[in-house]
Design a protein around this ligand. Structure first.
Ligand code: SF4
Ligand SMILES: [Zn+2]
Length: 342
């Protein structure tokens, strides 16, 4: 194994995202908790060792670029130009995607940027009144609100914080709603069906209720579909009556899903489960540290029993071949998860 790779994994302890902070407090976010309930091996690779598959990295970075563009657009309160918002997109994604994603891929820079542009054009922002949003944005600092809230305490007394970011805190019917932007391959019925019971909604609503003095009514999901826009220069589109090469951008798709509400009993249930998993992740962190060589093949593989492996980014590079640390390091990228970026 190369020392450089080991050092990369070692850096996880020093940074300020998920994991142990230099202040001695342990940080988790909603996606780490969710992953912990799916599979210990996956959660440890992603959130403790900071390793990610290359295809997942493209998804994450494209999503981060979309967030940045929407953030710039919404924070501008109407004064930000389309070019400026798209520049924010390019800053995150242009260089990386040009080198790592094929031009005809749905996650290519050209395709995802065009979809982002169409979203921005369809949501003009008039001083916080945004077309297509049933809520308004009353102040600039209600866009991209980072938070760190004490969640629970580990057995050894270590404080565990819940870290995250509210993409938008919207004013809605005398209270607030939380809004989360999500890029996704397909917006279909299955995509909608995942949200009513999704733990990220509980986490956002719980966090917002800790932070705010007005009622937090629930959450909306702002879904943007990153699928390949049609571009065929000969075939004609039934919907638009032109060649696909002309109407392609008109096929960009997004949906605002919600409102998803949470009552106190639901949040109490989530909190109990979140506390338990947060302590579980801390325990694993305390045990494995950055020693991927000793522990990778010792971790539980709940995914095998729950069907999670089917969707898992670590299936091919790690688990199908018997979880060898050297192969995992060579196949995966080191890109520690920072919830403030997604
Ligand atoms: S492939 Fe299955 S066992 Fe391996 S990390 Fe993913 S979910 Fe867990
Ligand atoms: Zn068309």
């Amino acid at each position: 194994m190369s020392t450089r790779e080991l050092a990369l994994v070692g850096e996880v302890c020093e940074w300020t995202g998920i994991g142990m902070g230099s202040d001695g407090k342990f940080r988790v976010d909603s996606s780490a908790l969710k992953s912990g309930y799916k599979c210990t091996t996956a959660a440890t690779l992603r959130y403790i060792w900071g390793l990610v598959s290359k295809s997942e990295r493209a998804n994450l970075l494209a999503g981060t670029a979309l967030h940045k563009a929407i953030e710039t657009h919404l924070k501008g309160m109407g004064a930000t130009s389309l070019d400026e918002s798209l520049r924010a997109f390019d800053t995150i994604y242009l260089e990386w995607a040009s080198q790592n994603v094929a031009a005809d891929d749905k996650l290519s820079w050209q395709n995802t940027r065009l979809i982002t542009q169409k979203w921005l054009e369809a949501h003009p922002n008039n001083e916080g009144v945004v077309a297509g949003f049933p809520f308004t944005i009353s102040q600039v600092d209600h866009v991209e609100v980072g938070f760190e809230i004490p969640l629970t305490t580990a057995e050894d007394g270590t404080e565990i914080l819940l870290l995250g970011r509210l993409d938008v805190l919207g004013d809605y019917q005398g209270g607030y709603v939380v809004v989360d932007h999500k890029s996704t391959g397909f917006i279909n019925q299955q995509w909608f069906d995942q949200w009513p019971m999704d733990c990220s909604i509980d986490a956002y609503v719980w966090a917002a209720r800790q932070l705010l003095d007005r009622p937090v009514l629930g959450a909306f999901i702002n879904g943007v579909q990153f699928s390949k826009l049609p571009s065929d220069g000969t075939r004609k589109c039934k919907d638009h009556g032109t060649k696909y090469s002309e109407c392609g951008p008109m096929h960009a798709k997004w949906e605002l899903a919600g409102l998803y509400e949470r009552n106190e009993a639901m949040l109490a249930g989530w909190k109990a489960d979140a506390d338990q998993m947060a302590q579980g992740l801390y325990k694993i962190y305390s045990l494995v540290g950055n020693d991927i060589d000793s522990y990778l093949d010792q971790l539980q593989q709940e995914g095998k029993f729950t069907g999670e492996c089917r969707w898992c980014e670590y299936k091919k590079a790690v688990c199908e071949i018997g979880r060898r640390a050297g192969v995992a390091r060579a196949q995966l990228e080191f890109a520690p998860w920072n919830p403030l970026e997604h």
